[in-house]
Ligand binder design. Structure first.
Ligand SMILES: *Cc1c(COP(=O)(O)O)cnc(C)c1O
Length: 375
Protein backbone atom coordinates (compact mmCIF):
# COMPACT_ATOMS: atom_id res chain seq x y z
CA UNK A 1 0.00 0.00 0.00
CA UNK A 2 1.81 3.02 -1.30
CA UNK A 3 0.57 6.36 0.07
CA UNK A 4 1.86 9.42 -1.79
CA UNK A 5 1.97 12.80 -0.09
CA UNK A 6 -0.41 14.41 -2.54
CA UNK A 7 -2.45 13.34 -5.54
CA UNK A 8 -4.42 15.60 -7.87
CA UNK A 9 -8.16 14.89 -7.83
CA UNK A 10 -10.13 15.05 -11.07
CA UNK A 11 -13.84 15.75 -10.73
CA UNK A 12 -14.73 14.19 -14.12
CA UNK A 13 -15.72 17.24 -16.17
CA UNK A 14 -12.21 18.60 -16.82
CA UNK A 15 -11.67 16.96 -20.23
CA UNK A 16 -15.21 17.89 -21.29
CA UNK A 17 -14.69 21.57 -20.53
CA UNK A 18 -11.23 21.56 -22.13
CA UNK A 19 -12.87 20.16 -25.27
CA UNK A 20 -15.57 22.84 -25.14
CA UNK A 21 -12.92 25.53 -24.76
CA UNK A 22 -11.01 24.17 -27.75
CA UNK A 23 -14.18 23.91 -29.87
CA UNK A 24 -15.10 27.51 -29.06
CA UNK A 25 -12.04 28.61 -30.99
CA UNK A 26 -11.21 31.17 -28.31
CA UNK A 27 -8.48 29.75 -26.15
CA UNK A 28 -6.39 32.80 -25.31
CA UNK A 29 -6.95 34.57 -21.98
CA UNK A 30 -10.07 36.28 -20.62
CA UNK A 31 -12.47 33.96 -22.48
CA UNK A 32 -15.75 32.34 -21.49
CA UNK A 33 -14.38 29.99 -18.81
CA UNK A 34 -12.22 32.73 -17.32
CA UNK A 35 -15.37 34.85 -16.92
CA UNK A 36 -17.24 31.93 -15.36
CA UNK A 37 -14.47 31.41 -12.81
CA UNK A 38 -14.39 35.12 -11.97
CA UNK A 39 -18.16 35.14 -11.46
CA UNK A 40 -18.01 32.03 -9.30
CA UNK A 41 -15.58 33.65 -6.89
CA UNK A 42 -17.16 37.10 -6.94
CA UNK A 43 -20.58 35.59 -6.16
CA UNK A 44 -19.51 32.90 -3.68
CA UNK A 45 -17.13 34.98 -1.57
CA UNK A 46 -18.07 38.59 -2.30
CA UNK A 47 -14.61 39.32 -3.66
CA UNK A 48 -14.90 42.73 -5.31
CA UNK A 49 -12.95 41.87 -8.47
CA UNK A 50 -11.12 38.67 -9.46
CA UNK A 51 -8.48 38.13 -12.14
CA UNK A 52 -7.19 34.63 -12.87
CA UNK A 53 -3.42 34.47 -13.20
CA UNK A 54 -1.00 31.79 -14.30
CA UNK A 55 0.05 31.24 -10.66
CA UNK A 56 -0.24 32.65 -7.16
CA UNK A 57 3.35 33.80 -7.66
CA UNK A 58 2.14 35.97 -10.55
CA UNK A 59 -0.77 37.32 -8.49
CA UNK A 60 1.70 38.37 -5.78
CA UNK A 61 3.93 40.03 -8.40
CA UNK A 62 0.90 41.93 -9.71
CA UNK A 63 0.10 43.04 -6.16
CA UNK A 64 3.65 44.36 -5.71
CA UNK A 65 3.30 46.36 -8.94
CA UNK A 66 -0.13 47.68 -7.96
CA UNK A 67 1.00 49.08 -4.61
CA UNK A 68 4.00 50.63 -6.39
CA UNK A 69 6.75 48.91 -4.46
CA UNK A 70 10.02 50.78 -5.06
CA UNK A 71 13.63 50.13 -4.03
CA UNK A 72 14.00 50.82 -0.32
CA UNK A 73 10.37 50.12 0.61
CA UNK A 74 9.93 47.68 3.48
CA UNK A 75 7.44 44.83 3.51
CA UNK A 76 6.59 42.79 6.61
CA UNK A 77 5.80 39.06 6.24
CA UNK A 78 6.43 35.78 8.03
CA UNK A 79 9.76 34.03 7.51
CA UNK A 80 7.95 30.69 7.57
CA UNK A 81 6.43 30.91 4.10
CA UNK A 82 6.97 29.98 0.47
CA UNK A 83 9.67 31.79 -1.51
CA UNK A 84 7.14 33.53 -3.79
CA UNK A 85 5.64 35.56 -0.94
CA UNK A 86 8.96 37.35 -0.56
CA UNK A 87 10.31 37.11 -4.08
CA UNK A 88 7.39 39.07 -5.59
CA UNK A 89 8.42 42.13 -3.54
CA UNK A 90 12.18 41.62 -3.80
CA UNK A 91 11.79 41.71 -7.60
CA UNK A 92 10.66 45.33 -7.24
CA UNK A 93 13.47 46.26 -4.87
CA UNK A 94 11.75 45.90 -1.50
CA UNK A 95 13.53 44.99 1.70
CA UNK A 96 11.81 42.13 3.48
CA UNK A 97 11.35 42.47 7.24
CA UNK A 98 10.56 39.00 8.54
CA UNK A 99 8.15 38.54 11.44
CA UNK A 100 8.31 35.48 13.64
CA UNK A 101 5.49 32.93 13.68
CA UNK A 102 3.25 32.74 16.71
CA UNK A 103 3.60 30.05 19.39
CA UNK A 104 0.29 28.35 18.50
CA UNK A 105 0.59 28.06 14.73
CA UNK A 106 2.97 29.05 11.92
CA UNK A 107 1.06 32.25 11.06
CA UNK A 108 2.89 35.51 11.73
CA UNK A 109 2.50 36.72 15.31
CA UNK A 110 0.25 39.78 14.95
CA UNK A 111 1.40 41.12 18.34
CA UNK A 112 4.95 41.54 17.03
CA UNK A 113 4.17 43.40 13.83
CA UNK A 114 3.93 46.95 15.19
CA UNK A 115 7.50 46.89 16.50
CA UNK A 116 8.70 46.15 12.95
CA UNK A 117 6.96 49.12 11.31
CA UNK A 118 9.20 52.02 10.23
CA UNK A 119 8.54 55.11 8.06
CA UNK A 120 9.65 52.99 5.08
CA UNK A 121 7.10 50.23 5.65
CA UNK A 122 4.64 49.94 2.80
CA UNK A 123 2.76 46.68 3.32
CA UNK A 124 2.03 43.70 5.55
CA UNK A 125 1.67 40.28 3.91
CA UNK A 126 -0.19 37.81 6.14
CA UNK A 127 0.10 34.20 4.95
CA UNK A 128 -2.82 32.00 6.06
CA UNK A 129 -0.77 28.87 6.70
CA UNK A 130 -2.64 25.60 6.12
CA UNK A 131 -5.68 27.74 5.29
CA UNK A 132 -5.98 28.90 8.91
CA UNK A 133 -6.66 32.63 9.21
CA UNK A 134 -4.17 35.11 10.63
CA UNK A 135 -5.52 37.57 13.18
CA UNK A 136 -6.96 39.88 10.53
CA UNK A 137 -8.66 42.41 12.84
CA UNK A 138 -5.35 43.17 14.48
CA UNK A 139 -3.49 43.32 11.16
CA UNK A 140 -6.08 45.56 9.45
CA UNK A 141 -6.15 47.86 12.48
CA UNK A 142 -2.34 48.26 12.36
CA UNK A 143 -2.54 48.90 8.63
CA UNK A 144 -5.14 51.65 9.12
CA UNK A 145 -3.17 53.23 11.94
CA UNK A 146 0.08 53.35 9.92
CA UNK A 147 -1.45 53.74 6.41
CA UNK A 148 -0.12 50.43 5.09
CA UNK A 149 -1.48 48.03 2.51
CA UNK A 150 -2.41 44.48 3.43
CA UNK A 151 -1.95 41.75 0.81
CA UNK A 152 -3.21 38.35 1.87
CA UNK A 153 -1.19 35.37 0.66
CA UNK A 154 -4.26 33.15 0.55
CA UNK A 155 -2.56 30.50 -1.62
CA UNK A 156 -3.73 27.74 0.75
CA UNK A 157 -6.85 29.46 2.00
CA UNK A 158 -9.65 28.80 -0.49
CA UNK A 159 -13.06 28.51 1.21
CA UNK A 160 -11.70 29.41 4.64
CA UNK A 161 -12.89 32.18 6.94
CA UNK A 162 -11.85 34.73 9.54
CA UNK A 163 -14.95 34.84 11.77
CA UNK A 164 -17.61 35.08 9.06
CA UNK A 165 -15.44 36.77 6.44
CA UNK A 166 -13.93 34.73 3.59
CA UNK A 167 -10.14 34.81 3.52
CA UNK A 168 -9.05 36.79 0.50
CA UNK A 169 -11.84 39.34 1.01
CA UNK A 170 -10.20 41.30 3.83
CA UNK A 171 -6.87 42.69 2.58
CA UNK A 172 -6.62 45.41 -0.07
CA UNK A 173 -5.41 42.67 -2.43
CA UNK A 174 -5.18 38.88 -2.10
CA UNK A 175 -3.53 36.02 -3.97
CA UNK A 176 -4.78 32.43 -4.38
CA UNK A 177 -3.11 29.35 -5.88
CA UNK A 178 -4.58 26.52 -7.94
CA UNK A 179 -1.30 24.59 -8.14
CA UNK A 180 -1.90 20.85 -8.27
CA UNK A 181 -1.01 20.49 -4.57
CA UNK A 182 -3.82 22.82 -3.42
CA UNK A 183 -7.48 21.96 -2.64
CA UNK A 184 -8.82 23.10 -6.01
CA UNK A 185 -6.45 22.89 -8.95
CA UNK A 186 -5.65 23.73 -12.56
CA UNK A 187 -2.13 22.27 -12.72
CA UNK A 188 -0.52 25.67 -12.43
CA UNK A 189 -2.81 28.61 -11.77
CA UNK A 190 -3.72 31.42 -9.44
CA UNK A 191 -5.90 34.45 -8.91
CA UNK A 192 -5.55 38.04 -7.80
CA UNK A 193 -8.44 39.43 -5.77
CA UNK A 194 -8.88 43.19 -5.70
CA UNK A 195 -10.95 44.39 -2.76
CA UNK A 196 -9.84 48.03 -2.80
CA UNK A 197 -11.58 49.68 -5.76
CA UNK A 198 -8.76 52.13 -6.42
CA UNK A 199 -6.74 49.23 -7.90
CA UNK A 200 -9.34 47.69 -10.20
CA UNK A 201 -8.69 49.58 -13.44
CA UNK A 202 -4.92 49.41 -13.16
CA UNK A 203 -5.01 45.71 -12.21
CA UNK A 204 -6.68 44.86 -15.53
CA UNK A 205 -4.04 46.87 -17.38
CA UNK A 206 -1.10 45.25 -15.55
CA UNK A 207 -2.74 41.85 -16.20
CA UNK A 208 -2.89 42.50 -19.99
CA UNK A 209 0.77 43.43 -20.63
CA UNK A 210 0.25 47.05 -19.65
CA UNK A 211 -2.55 47.63 -22.18
CA UNK A 212 -6.24 48.45 -21.80
CA UNK A 213 -7.23 45.44 -23.92
CA UNK A 214 -9.81 44.29 -21.34
CA UNK A 215 -11.68 47.59 -21.76
CA UNK A 216 -11.41 47.22 -25.55
CA UNK A 217 -12.92 43.70 -25.35
CA UNK A 218 -15.87 45.08 -23.42
CA UNK A 219 -16.38 47.76 -26.08
CA UNK A 220 -15.60 50.60 -23.68
CA UNK A 221 -12.87 52.04 -25.93
CA UNK A 222 -12.46 51.67 -29.71
CA UNK A 223 -8.74 50.88 -29.67
CA UNK A 224 -6.29 49.76 -27.07
CA UNK A 225 -2.74 50.84 -26.32
CA UNK A 226 0.15 50.88 -23.90
CA UNK A 227 -1.02 52.48 -20.67
CA UNK A 228 1.36 51.30 -17.93
CA UNK A 229 3.90 48.63 -17.00
CA UNK A 230 2.54 45.10 -16.99
CA UNK A 231 3.15 41.56 -18.11
CA UNK A 232 1.32 38.54 -19.46
CA UNK A 233 -0.29 37.45 -16.21
CA UNK A 234 -3.50 35.97 -17.59
CA UNK A 235 -3.85 32.23 -18.21
CA UNK A 236 -5.20 30.59 -21.35
CA UNK A 237 -8.93 29.85 -21.24
CA UNK A 238 -7.96 26.16 -21.34
CA UNK A 239 -6.59 26.50 -17.81
CA UNK A 240 -9.77 28.29 -16.74
CA UNK A 241 -11.88 25.48 -18.27
CA UNK A 242 -10.05 22.94 -16.13
CA UNK A 243 -10.44 25.12 -13.04
CA UNK A 244 -14.16 25.61 -13.63
CA UNK A 245 -14.71 21.83 -13.57
CA UNK A 246 -13.06 21.83 -10.15
CA UNK A 247 -15.04 24.79 -8.81
CA UNK A 248 -18.31 23.02 -9.62
CA UNK A 249 -17.24 20.36 -7.12
CA UNK A 250 -15.75 22.64 -4.48
CA UNK A 251 -18.27 21.75 -1.75
CA UNK A 252 -17.78 18.03 -2.27
CA UNK A 253 -13.97 18.40 -2.24
CA UNK A 254 -14.05 20.47 0.95
CA UNK A 255 -16.43 18.08 2.71
CA UNK A 256 -14.25 15.08 1.97
CA UNK A 257 -11.02 16.80 3.00
CA UNK A 258 -12.54 17.98 6.29
CA UNK A 259 -13.70 14.44 7.03
CA UNK A 260 -10.15 13.16 6.41
CA UNK A 261 -8.67 15.95 8.54
CA UNK A 262 -10.95 15.02 11.44
CA UNK A 263 -9.99 11.35 11.05
CA UNK A 264 -6.32 12.28 11.41
CA UNK A 265 -7.12 14.39 14.47
CA UNK A 266 -9.05 11.62 16.21
CA UNK A 267 -6.43 8.97 15.38
CA UNK A 268 -3.52 11.09 16.58
CA UNK A 269 -5.15 12.67 19.65
CA UNK A 270 -3.92 9.90 22.01
CA UNK A 271 -0.32 10.57 20.91
CA UNK A 272 -0.77 14.23 21.79
CA UNK A 273 -2.31 13.37 25.14
CA UNK A 274 0.69 11.12 25.83
CA UNK A 275 2.97 14.10 25.17
CA UNK A 276 4.69 12.84 22.01
CA UNK A 277 3.38 15.33 19.47
CA UNK A 278 1.31 18.52 19.16
CA UNK A 279 -1.64 18.78 16.81
CA UNK A 280 -2.74 21.91 14.93
CA UNK A 281 -4.50 24.55 17.04
CA UNK A 282 -7.17 26.52 15.27
CA UNK A 283 -7.91 29.92 16.84
CA UNK A 284 -11.55 30.74 17.69
CA UNK A 285 -11.68 33.32 14.92
CA UNK A 286 -10.57 30.84 12.20
CA UNK A 287 -12.21 28.01 10.27
CA UNK A 288 -10.39 24.98 8.93
CA UNK A 289 -10.43 24.34 5.15
CA UNK A 290 -8.47 21.09 5.55
CA UNK A 291 -5.77 22.17 3.14
CA UNK A 292 -3.16 20.36 5.17
CA UNK A 293 -2.75 18.07 8.15
CA UNK A 294 0.46 18.69 10.06
CA UNK A 295 1.99 17.34 13.24
CA UNK A 296 4.61 19.01 15.43
CA UNK A 297 7.34 16.83 16.92
CA UNK A 298 9.49 17.74 19.91
CA UNK A 299 12.65 18.07 17.88
CA UNK A 300 14.30 17.50 14.51
CA UNK A 301 15.52 14.01 15.49
CA UNK A 302 12.02 12.76 16.29
CA UNK A 303 10.70 14.18 13.03
CA UNK A 304 13.53 12.67 10.98
CA UNK A 305 13.01 9.21 12.47
CA UNK A 306 9.25 9.35 11.77
CA UNK A 307 9.85 10.42 8.15
CA UNK A 308 12.26 7.50 7.71
CA UNK A 309 9.92 5.03 9.39
CA UNK A 310 6.95 6.12 7.27
CA UNK A 311 9.05 5.92 4.11
CA UNK A 312 9.97 2.31 4.89
CA UNK A 313 6.23 1.67 4.96
CA UNK A 314 5.76 3.50 1.66
CA UNK A 315 4.06 6.48 3.27
CA UNK A 316 5.38 9.80 2.05
CA UNK A 317 5.27 12.64 4.57
CA UNK A 318 7.21 15.84 4.05
CA UNK A 319 8.46 18.74 6.14
CA UNK A 320 7.80 22.25 4.92
CA UNK A 321 9.47 25.63 4.69
CA UNK A 322 13.05 26.36 5.56
CA UNK A 323 12.76 29.80 7.22
CA UNK A 324 13.45 32.44 4.57
CA UNK A 325 15.55 34.59 6.93
CA UNK A 326 18.06 31.71 6.93
CA UNK A 327 17.90 31.00 3.19
CA UNK A 328 21.13 31.20 1.15
CA UNK A 329 19.65 34.18 -0.72
CA UNK A 330 18.41 36.25 2.21
CA UNK A 331 20.53 35.30 5.22
CA UNK A 332 22.99 38.17 4.73
CA UNK A 333 20.23 40.67 4.01
CA UNK A 334 18.27 39.75 7.16
CA UNK A 335 18.71 42.11 10.09
CA UNK A 336 19.92 39.38 12.43
CA UNK A 337 16.85 39.05 14.66
CA UNK A 338 16.35 35.52 15.94
CA UNK A 339 13.00 34.08 14.90
CA UNK A 340 12.74 31.09 17.19
CA UNK A 341 9.16 30.03 16.46
CA UNK A 342 9.86 30.08 12.73
CA UNK A 343 12.94 27.92 13.33
CA UNK A 344 10.86 25.58 15.47
CA UNK A 345 8.37 24.98 12.62
CA UNK A 346 11.26 24.54 10.18
CA UNK A 347 12.64 21.71 12.35
CA UNK A 348 9.57 20.11 13.90
CA UNK A 349 6.60 20.39 11.53
CA UNK A 350 5.65 17.40 9.37
CA UNK A 351 2.88 17.35 6.77
CA UNK A 352 1.03 14.05 6.40
CA UNK A 353 -0.50 12.73 3.17
CA UNK A 354 -3.66 14.67 2.31
CA UNK A 355 -5.68 14.25 -0.88
CA UNK A 356 -9.26 13.58 -1.89
CA UNK A 357 -8.81 9.87 -2.56
CA UNK A 358 -7.10 9.11 0.75
CA UNK A 359 -9.20 6.78 2.93
CA UNK A 360 -9.96 6.66 6.64
CA UNK A 361 -8.35 3.19 6.74
CA UNK A 362 -5.14 4.59 5.30
CA UNK A 363 -5.20 7.37 7.90
CA UNK A 364 -5.56 4.74 10.62
CA UNK A 365 -2.53 2.95 9.17
CA UNK A 366 -0.46 6.16 9.00
CA UNK A 367 -1.35 7.05 12.61
CA UNK A 368 -0.44 3.54 13.76
CA UNK A 369 2.96 3.73 12.08
CA UNK A 370 3.69 7.12 13.69
CA UNK A 371 2.73 5.68 17.04
CA UNK A 372 4.91 2.59 16.55
CA UNK A 373 7.84 4.80 15.71
CA UNK A 374 7.48 7.09 18.74
CA UNK A 375 6.58 4.61 21.46
C1 LIG B 1 1.55 27.37 -3.12
C2 LIG B 1 1.94 28.66 -2.49
C3 LIG B 1 2.39 29.77 -3.23
C4 LIG B 1 2.71 29.68 -4.70
O1 LIG B 1 1.66 29.32 -5.50
P1 LIG B 1 1.91 29.09 -7.07
O2 LIG B 1 0.52 29.06 -7.62
O3 LIG B 1 2.62 27.78 -7.21
O4 LIG B 1 2.70 30.22 -7.58
C5 LIG B 1 2.63 30.97 -2.58
N1 LIG B 1 2.45 31.09 -1.27
C6 LIG B 1 2.04 30.05 -0.50
C7 LIG B 1 1.85 30.25 0.96
C8 LIG B 1 1.79 28.80 -1.09
O5 LIG B 1 1.39 27.78 -0.33
Amino acid sequence: MKIPFSKPYLTGKEAHYLYQAVLSGMISGNGMFTKRCHEFFEESYHFKKCLLTTSCTDALEMAAILIDIKPGDEVIMPSYTFVSTANAFVLRGAKIVFADSGPDNPNMDADQIESLITPKTKAIIPVHYAGIACNMDKIMELARKHSLYVIEDAAQAIDSFYTDRPLGSIGHLSAFSFHETKNVISGEGGMLVINDEQFIRRAEIVWEKGTNRAEFFRGEVNKYGWMDIGSSFLPSDIIAAFLYAQLEHLDEIQKKRKMLWNAYYENLKPLETAGHISLPRIPDYATNNAHMFYVLFKNLEARTSVIEHLKKNEIYAVFHYLSLHKSPFYEKKHDGRILSNSDHYTDCLLRLPMYYELTVDQIGFIAKEIKDCLQ
